[in-house]
Design a binder for this molecule. Sequence first.
Ligand code: HEC
Length: 145
Amino acid sequence: MHRGLSGITFCTALALGACSTPAPPPQASTPPPITGERLAIIVGCVNCHHQTPKEILNAPPLLMVQAYSLPEFTTLLRTGVTRAGRDMYAQGSVMGIVAREQLAHLTDDEIASIHAYLQTGWTAERAAREEAKIATFPPPTFMKP
Ligand code: HEC
């Protein structure tokens, strides 16, 4: 109702100009809150770890994060060093590069949200559901014969 009225006002002001109503925004004007679950999806943890064929990227299950304390997890995401002290960046592992070049930009609060979600909200059942999607995706072009 409000949008329609302002559209009319806009057209009247333009007299005989183009009277198209502006397209609605692609989503609600109030974005959904940033939760640990949304961050884990948006920054790619779920995609690399559970939606990518293992022959492309051999990423371990995200359930592994349950063994990480928050300080260990923060070090992992900022530097690519695992809780066992393995430096994945030095090893040339994609997780090390993604940690230093991408995940290091997360704030302390964002890291804590992801950590909390993966400790309590993430399950083996959810992981299996994400992995089941792989068979429904179109095959990656570089794997086509
Ligand atoms: C670009 C793909 C990619 C993204 C994005 C990514 N990972 Fe990884 N991750 C990997 C791969 C591949 C490995 C295995 C690397 C290795 O063992 O050298 C890995 C390893 C790990 C490990 C194992 C560390 C250990 O103790 O051995 C954890 C935990 C982890 N990732 C958590 C995360 C979390 C949490 C996120 C999101 C904040 C994330 N990863 C984002 C690809 C990715």
